[in-house]
Design a protein around this ligand. Structure first.
Ligand SMILES: Cc1ncc(COP(=O)(O)O)c(C=O)c1O
Length: 470
């Protein structure tokens, strides 16, 4: 812990020297971020000693909560035993054991585990594997990748290529014509009067039509998050994921499930693909909760079928020429193994299934606030979306409403911070995915604060617009 008088200089170093992810460049140099001092359980303490519920669980990753002594011990022990080994030519117990554990947890025949440094590098590996696979199989045209609006698949060049959020792509060049983004799958934004079933069919048809348009011989893979997390926790209609998987099988298109957020307990299972959505993908990507965020690590799981088709006698003498200095890092893998042990010993998967109905009930309870457009979620992940346009009955100017919307998440975040809760603002939405050990009472406290933060923001907006909502 830093003594309080250090915080000034931390802020100054941070403002002037740390070029942050998603840096809002107009504010660079004077962003004045809150300083996280230390964590304990589901709480983060800021530089003023304020105790904050960590609503987003770090970035959807601190599943077992902060300050776990056993994690520190496991990490320290591995550092002393073997902090690093060259993964190209050597192996050691932690990565080998972890690969075996992940293969055993995964659905179907996902038995080959490529270890990476995080989610983006795991996505990159999966996409490079699709291309490698089809080259080895003598299908050099089968390279196009289909993704969806609002998808987030990472910040490497390939991860960004298949990301379907304009905000993430603006001002960058995307060189490849190989990515195709399907329209959104957000049920809350379906046309008025359209049933969920019809919407689902329309969305599945989007995929099939795109495969037909490109020609199945040219489509390598479809990549999808079971729930689009940073796209705003978009839960697609029932049956959508399974029907997409069936379409992919029909056209021999590989199905990549990006479970960076939905894996490792967020929906009450190690992986959600089979247990929640009833599918066995060709590849699964995971990261984040794999080590509960204590150390960076990611993995790309590949099925026996794919692996056997391009290995051994089928490999045509090729190497899979992709990997990282820190692939299978022994310290990260030791942390993952300890994390899994804690999950099992504490019954965290069962607990998430037990507590999540309460979480969802409190989440849906926010819908009665006039400024709330939608509150949605699954397991222990949720999003509340607000819009000033919802106050339109009060004759708000549309342009002004849209302008105010862009700042709603940040305003709610500011109020919640004052009240003792961190939320993750995304334009007019706030997403949260608390540590999985959160208790019933802590869930209540979290939603009480969130409600108050939204209501305060709404009153602020009312004042600025000179209206009064009942
Ligand atoms: C679904 C999904 N895929 C990939 C990534 C990228 O993971 P990382 O930030 O570890 O590279 C993220 C990160 O938020 C994600 O949510």
């Amino acid at each position: 812990m830093n003594p309080p008088h250090d915080f000034q200089s931390i802020r100054s170093d941070d403002n002037n020297r740390w070029f942050h992810p998603w840096e809002f460049m107009p504010d660079a140099g004077h962003a004045n971020r809150a300083i996280a001092s230390h964590g304990e359980g589901i709480y983060i303490y800021d530089e003023n000693g304020q105790k904050l519920i960590d609503g987003p669980g770090g970035m959807w990753c601190v599943q077992i909560g902060y300050n776990r002594r056993e994690m520190a011990d496991a990490i320290a022990e591995q550092v002393m035993r073997l902090p690093y080994m060259n993964p190209f030519s050597l192996t050691s117990a932690p990565p080998a054991r972890l690969a075996a554990r992940l293969a055993a947890m995964a659905p179907g025949d996902l038995n080959h585990v490529f270890l990476t440094t995080g989610g983006s590098t795991a996505v990159d590996t999966a996409l490079r594997f699709v291309h490698y696979y089809n080259n080895i199989k003598g299908r050099p045209g089968k390279k196009h990748i289909i993704s969806r609006e609002n998808a987030y698949h990472g910040s490497t060049y390939l991860g960004a290529l298949v990301t379907g959020k304009d905000r993430e792509k603006n001002w960058f060049d995307i060189a490849s014509p190989l990515a195709h983004i399907l329209p959104h799958v957000n049920p809350a934004r379906r046309p008025t009067g359209m049933s969920l079933e019809t919407f689902c069919t329309e969305k599945v048809n989007d995929l099939e039509k795109k495969i037909i348009e490109l020609g199945a011989a040219n489509v390598g893979a479809f990549i999808a998050e079971p729930i689009q997390a940073s796209g705003g926790v978009i839960v697609p209609p029932d049956g959508y994921f399974k029907r997409c998987w069936e379409i992919c099988r029909k056209y021999d298109v590989l199905f990549i499930a990006d479970e960076v957020v939905t894996g490792f307990g967020r929906l009450g299972h190690w992986f959600a693909s089979k247990e929640v959505f009833g599918i066995e993908p060709d590849m699964i990507i995971c990261a984040k909760g794999l080590t509960s965020g204590y150390i960076p690590l990611g993995a790309c799981l590949v099925s026996d079928r794919l692996f056997s088709e391009v290995s051994g006698e089928n490999a045509r003498g090729a190497s899979f020429g992709s990997g990282f200095t820190y692939s299978g890092h022994p310290v990260a893998c030791a942390a993952a193994l300890k994390n899994i042990e804690i999950f099992e010993r504490e019954g965290i998967l069962d607990y998430v299934r037990e507590v999540s109905p309460h979480f969802l009930e409190r989440l849906h309870g926010l819908r009665d606030i006039p400024m709330v457009f939608d509150a949605r979620g699954m397991g222990l992940v949720g999003c509340v979306e607000c819009t000033v346009a919802h106050l339109m009955d009060y004759h708000v100017d549309e342009e002004r409403a849209l302008e105010l919307d862009t700042d709603l998440g940040a305003r709610i975040d500011r109020h919640c911070h004052e009240l003792g809760l961190l939320v993750r603002p995304l334009v007019n939405q706030c997403v949260f995915s608390p540590p999985l050990i959160i208790t019933h009472q802590e869930i209540d406290r979290m939603f009480d604060i969130l409600r108050e933060g939204i209501v305060r923001t709404m009153h602020e907006v009312e004042q600025e617009l000179g209206i009064k909502v009942a």
